[in-house]
Design a protein around this ligand. Structure first.
Ligand code: SF4
Length: 355
């Protein structure tokens, strides 16, 4: 990628950087390996910091290249350590990314598109519509910006921010290769979250990457699911669960089903029983996410703890493994699309719940 005059280096692999330094400066290829280490492993922001490069080369790099054309425009820090930021891209679009430090890991949540076309009824991002896909460079650059804000090394990546990753599959896979090969985070520590674009689940399986696939199911039946997720009108629950089975057959990686609990919408014992029935024999994990109340046109409500427990119990009694998402960043704009909407000065009309 090039800005108006300069080559952007974030997004180039070590092999591409080796070829580039040779062609551009006639330098030995190992200079490209050094560049890759500074950019992806040390996450530096200037050529000046690349202390093992000769000063003359650093000066020439400065003239013809930039590490990244993107900047951080907003940073919000939560008392629980969560850091949410907006990355301003070269074309002035903005995307959200989040740093989530836990005791045993440091995770980041990255965006894959500017906006989103999926229209989930509980999501703030959906309200702004879709603008464009992010490039692999822009996806990996979110991680590098967050690394600079973190005292500890980032260990896990989830593609669960703005956008539907499987509708930007080529760039997403290219970004995962950079995160794996250049940053050094293993595929097993990477999760892609999808609303369930069935043909793209099969396409992802063909890449045979040992990542985790998380499917936002949120209802076990088409009637309920179509009300909260318009995508269900195109690919229904049964086709989606079959795709999860086939994904396991192909990759031997069990799928995580995300399930956002909305009181009296999808959290009744019937929904739990129906979910248990449909997931019988599917190698999977169900992650329950009680809705975090904010006003919505549908008046979605958070279920009481007793309802969550009952839902969980029904699944567990049916032999399904269940986890419950640890909620973070309550004192900041922690949900997908919330910070971006606020920063643009627009009111946030809908629920602010990450999927
Ligand atoms: S929840 Fe995800 S897929 Fe659904 S509208 Fe929001 S960003 Fe898009």
């Amino acid at each position: 990628m090039q800005t108006a005059t300069k080559t952007v280096l974030v997004g180039l692999s070590a092999a591409q950087l080796r070829a580039w330094v040779s062609e551009t400066f006639g330098e030995p290829a190992y200079r490209g390996t050094q560049l890759a280490k500074w950019i992806y492993q040390k996450a530096v922001t200037t050529f000046e910091q690349m202390s093992d490069l000769p000063a003359a080369l650093r000066a020439r790099l400065q003239e013809v290249a930039v590490i990244s054309p993107n900047t951080i425009s907003v940073i919000q820090r939560s008392r629980d350590g969560t850091v949410k930021s907006l990355l301003r891209l070269a074309d002035e679009n903005e995307v959200e990314c989040v740093l989530l430090p836990y005791d045993d890991r440091v995770s980041v949540c990255l965006s894959t598109q500017v906006g989103c076309a999926m229209g989930c009824r509980f999501c703030a991002t959906a309200q702004g519509g879709y603008t464009r896909n992010l490039t692999a460079s822009e996806i990996v650059d979110q991680l590098l910006h967050l690394q600079r804000l973190s005292e500890r090394r980032i260990s896990h990546v989830v593609l669960m921010g703005m956008g539907e990753p499987l509708l930007n599959l080529e760039n997403v896979v290219a970004s995962l290769r950079l995160i794996h090969d250049e940053v050094g985070i293993g595929y097993r520590r990477i999760t892609i979250s999808t609303v369930g674009i069935v043909p793209k689940i099969y396409a992802l399986a063909e890449y045979d990457l040992p990542i985790t696939l998380a499917i936002s199911l949120h209802a076990p039946d088409d009637e309920t699911r179509s009300k909260i997720m318009p995508v269900n009108r195109k690919w229904g629950v049964d086709a989606l669960i079959q795709a999860a089975r086939d994904y396991f057959e192909k990759t031997k990686r069990r799928v995580t089903f995300e399930y956002l609990l909305l009181r009296e919408v999808n959290d009744t014992p019937w929904h739990a029983q129906e979910l248990a029935r449909k997931l019988r024999g599917v190698p999977c994990l169900v992650n329950l996410i009680p809705f975090n109340y904010v006003p919505t046109p549908e008046h979605f409500q958070r279920p009481e703890m007793a309802r969550v427990q009952r839902f969980r119990q029904i699944l567990e009694q049916a032999g399904i493994e269940v986890t419950q998402r640890v909620e973070r960043g309550h004192d900041i704009d922690a949900a997908c699309g919330q910070l971006r909407g606020k920063h643009r000065g627009k009111p946030i009309p809908l629920a602010l719940q990450p999927r």
